[in-house]
Ligand binder design. Sequence first.
Ligand code: SAH
Length: 250
Amino acid sequence: MNGKVYLIGAGPGDPELITLKAVRVLNSADVVLVDDLVNPVLLEHARANARIVYVGKRGGCQSTPQAYIHKQMIAEAQAGLTVARLKGGDPFMFGRGGEEIEALRAAGVAVEVISGITAGIAAPASVGVPVTHRDSAPGVTFVTGHSRDGNSVNWQALAAGGTTLVIYMGVKNLPDIVLELLAGGMRADMPALAIQNGTLATQRQTRATLQTLHVAMMAAEIGSPAIIVLGDVVKLADIAVQSAWMAQAA
Ligand code: SAH
């Protein structure tokens, strides 16, 4: 009997922002492999006797090497087990889900993807910011601020592209990114927003401009994990607005 691996999006943090399908599959899994940034509350949906394996690097531990995660998923599925691979946000948005599906396919293991709500949409939405807008943002670019060597982002081209920029993993390299965007012609006063722990009770955010964002983030002590949004849509940010779940938790 062959098992199966489900690559599941856990959503951005708020435990209600997960799909019904993800909850159903979690409830049937024999093994759950849990990433960083997955709200542990969601493990309530796993079976009481499911084996839970944390493969993230939070808590000071080293993260599990990716090759080991691949090996483990393949071995469990080949042993006939149902494996839930739970990832923050959407499994195919900067979550290495692409590498995982390649490895699983190469091993001949059945795999299904269950989409999740990505932080790059949910975090800005939590303060009323749409990533596209008919009047001011004809598109959105999701981009990493921490790209692999040799696969770097052409920030100057993005500056000229005229879409909203939603930057994941951008905290560390923000000063360099800002310089590149300015060099590419982005306005220094382009509205900018940074949101840490979006959709969680610990969410915090700051609004500034392209030029002042870095200082504003330091002043507000906003660090990783954060989503940075650059674009005129940021003018719609109502940083007094809180999601129902956050209001409840408060
Ligand atoms: N697959 C995830 C992204 C994984 S990359 C998704 O679709 O959301 C990890 C990065 O995502 C973090 O460094 C941060 O930039 C962003 N991120 C994830 N969850 C976040 C949250 N709740 N608030 C702000 N940023 C978040």
